[in-house]
Each structure stands twice: as C-alpha cells, then as structure tokens.
Design a protein around this ligand. Structure first.
Ligand code: CTP
Length: 397
C-alpha cells in the first residue's frame, strides 16, 4: 500500500518529535519514499542526522543556505501526502494565518497534495480557545487532522494533547491513500437536515429529516479529497469534524449561509428538507392556551435550490432532491426543470426502508439529458457513493 508513495514529513518543535523517528522508519520499511523537513526548533529535539540516515534523504531545515535555495514549490508538488507530525501550537497558529517564516511553512503553503496534521501539545494549550479556533481554521482549509490522544504529557500532567501513536498515524496515511482522490481541489456545498420555523420562543414547525443522507454525502465528498462545507439544520446526528460545518436553524438562515458560500463552489448538493412555509410573525412571548382553536398565518420561504439554479454558472454542478409520495417521476422531472438543477435525486416515501430516519435509502437519479439512473435499496453511505459517482460521470461527460 505504501510502496512507491512519496511522503513528505514535516517535524516541528515538540517533545513528541522523537516519535517521528518511528514514523520514518515504518514508512521506509513499507516501501515509501520519505523526505523530511524540520523547523529550526525541531532540531533542538531530534537531530537531522538521525532522520537523514533513516529516510535515506537529506533533511531540509532552511529555505536557503549560503550556496543553494530549497525549491519549496517542487517539494510541495512532489509529495502524494504531506504529514506534519508532531504539529506544535506555534506552527499550527502560523498555518492558520498563512505565515511563511520557515521552509516547512513555505512547503505547506505550496503543497498541492492532501495534508495530514498530527498535533501535539500540553493539555491547557490544546484547550485554549485560540488553539481550538486555529484547528477549526486549518480544517476548513481542507487539511486532515489526526485527533490528539489522552495520556501522560511532557508537563507531567495527564490529559488531552498527546500526539497519536506512530502506528495509528501510519494507518491514517494508508486510509487516506486508499481512498481515490478524484475530487481533490473541488469545493462542495451540501445541505442536510430539517429546518425549524419558530412559532414562539418554545415552539416550531419542523419535519422528520434526520440529516443522515446529507451527512453521508458530505463525508463521501470529503473522503474523495473535496473541500466540503456542510450547512446543517438541527440534527441529532453527531456532525463529523473532518470538514467545515455551518449549523443553522431556520430556512432563512440556511438560505443566507448557502448564498454566502455558493459562488465559490464547484458542486452543490441540496439534501436538506427545507420548510416551504414559515410563520409570518412569530410571537415574541410564549403563546398562552386560551381559545379553542387558532390559526397561524404562514408565508412561503425562498426556495434555495431554485435561487441557486437561477444564479449558478454553467461550470457549477447543481443537484437537488425530490421527496415524493405520489407521481414520483413526473414530480421529480418537474423539479429538475423548474429549479434548473443538473440532476434530481428522487426519494420515494413509498419505497420500503427508504426515507426519513432509516439508515437505508432507495433513489433514482434523473439528469437534464433525459437519462434515468435507478439504484437498489442500500445503506445511506453506499447511496452517497452512488450519487457522487453519478455526479462525477455526468459532470465529466
Ligand atoms: N428546497 C430548497 N429550498 C426550499 C425548499 C426545497 O432548497 N425552500 C430544495 C430541497 O433541498 C430539495 C429540493 O428543493 O433539494 C426539493 O425539495 P422538496 O421538498 O422535495 O420539494 P419542494 O420544492 O419543496 O416542493 P413540494 O414540497 O411541493 O414537493
């Protein structure tokens, strides 16, 4: 699996730098070609000589010495994966802000391959709001973060912040390499879940969407190398932290967030069950129980899919869902046209084991060229892969 793979290992100034020796040794043992770059402070923890011996390559630390200049752009392009392990708090902060004051940062900024980060720091530093913000920021740039583990720290304290074990880091790399990276460089927006429309401060109108399909899609896009933004309504599901998630409550908030980001997107998939109507004037205070019956005045929400369909560029791929209980095909085709989508994914509530709350789903995809792609009942994860494959094949046709 690692044979012939080009791995660029960045080492920063952290006591966990000693574990980099084990990482290099294992990568080389499994046939990978390893090049090591160290920040100047990493050299205080471990010597370049050890790492050049193990990697069988010169270790680079400086952007230039007296005689030559290290070509950071070519190094960034050479690698199949760039791994920074350990990643110190200081280098993390610089990466989050585009600072480029050493060779490692210059290579990181030039890297065109997936970048995997294995942070290592003391527990209090790890939990500091600035560190957590920086982690979120570098994650939103599309970097992969290997979660820190819990255990004994250099300070003598026990807690979170330890760099994960070398064997786990190698597994991460293998896992990433095993996924096809056919969407590297692509930006994808996915919506998921229901929306809640407030009636008063304690009540709302919502729907049964669990968000599972949208989350599975966002995960699939992310695993295939795309830079994903998920706009999620209120869902009980745990949201993965391997890509950027924007949480919203109402249809209007979902609209605002989608309109903010959609111009930068290559692929947009609207899997959310957005409310079609919202309350005209939500009550400021809790509505008291008085009359035998009362009416709530509703007004139409903006159709997000249709709005994006009107504004999108021909190079942007737009996919919508159609949730139908009757006249499925006819309704799905009408939505494909009225919303100017490239495909509509039909979800029929009449299909057994499909729809709200289920872990399985059954879909049929319709495209603008009049093609129909039926799929069997499968897990939402497998359906997500079918949808992504279909999008890629139609977009590349
Ligand atoms: N959609 C949207 N904004 C809305 C309503 C729907 O973006 N305000 C999107 C959904 O995310 C989905 C598609 O439109 O991708 C179809 O949603 P669906 O509920 O099936 O259909 P509607 O257009 O709402 O029409 P109807 O409820 O009459 O079937």
């Amino acid at each position: 699996m690692l044979k012939g793979k080009k791995i660029l290992l960045g080492i920063t100034g952290s006591i966990a730098a000693y574990k980099a020796v084990l990482i290099v040794r294992q990568l080389v043992k499994e046939g990978a070609e390893v090049r090591v770059i160290m920040t100047p402070s990493a050299t205080a923890f471990i010597t370049p000589l050890t790492l050049s011996t193990l990697s069988k390559n010169e270790v680079l630390c400086q952007l230039s010495d007296n005689d030559s200049w290290a070509n950071h752009v070519m190094l960034g392009r050479w690698a199949d994966i760039m791994l920074i392990a350990p990643l110190s708090c200081n280098t993390l902060a610089k990466m989050a802000n585009g600072i480029c004051d050493n060779l490692l940062l210059a290579v990181y900024l030039s890297a065109t391959c997936p970048v995997v980060l294995a942070p290592a720091m003391d527990e209090d530093m790890w939990h500091h709001p600035s560190t957590q913000q920086n982690i979120l920021k570098v994650k939103s740039f599309g970097n992969h973060i290997i979660p820190v583990s819990n255990g004994e720290l250099a300070s003598g304290l026990v807690g979170e912040g330890r760099m994960d074990e070398p064997s786990n880091i190698i597994s991460w790399i293998k896992n990433l390499l095993s996924k096809s990276n056919d969407l590297v460089g692509k930006k994808v927006l996915v919506t998921a879940g229901p929306t809640y429309e407030a009636i008063d401060p304690v009540r709302f109108i919502g729907n049964h969407s669990s968000g599972k399909m949208g989350i599975a899609l966002a995960e699939e896009f992310n695993q295939r190398g795309a830079q994903v933004t998920l706009v999620a309504g209120p869902v009980a599901e745990t949201l993965p932290d391997s890509f950027k998630t924007i949480k919203v409550i109402s249809a209007n908030e979902m609209l605002q967030q989608c309109m903010n980001v959609f111009p930068q997107m290559d692929i947009i998939v609207m899997a959310a069950a957005v409310a079609d109507y919202t309350i005209e004037t939500p009550a400021v205070d809790k509505i008291k129980k008085k009359e035998e019956s009362f009416a709530i005045q509703l007004k139409k929400t903006t159709d997000i899919l249709q709005t994006i369909g009107k504004e999108k560029l021909p190079t942007q791929f737009l996919a919508g869902f159609a949730l139908e209980t009757n006249n499925e095909k006819e309704n799905a085709l009408a939505k494909l046209k009225s919303k100017n989508a490239d495909i509509i994914i039909l979800n029929s509530l009449n299909d057994k084991d499909a729809g709200f709350g289920y872990s399985t789903n059954k879909i049929t995809i319709f495209d603008k060229q009049g093609n129909e792609y039926p799929f069997a009942t499968k897990s939402k994860k497998e359906i997500a892969a079918d949808i992504v494959n279909t999008i890629i094949s139609i977009a590349n046709a």
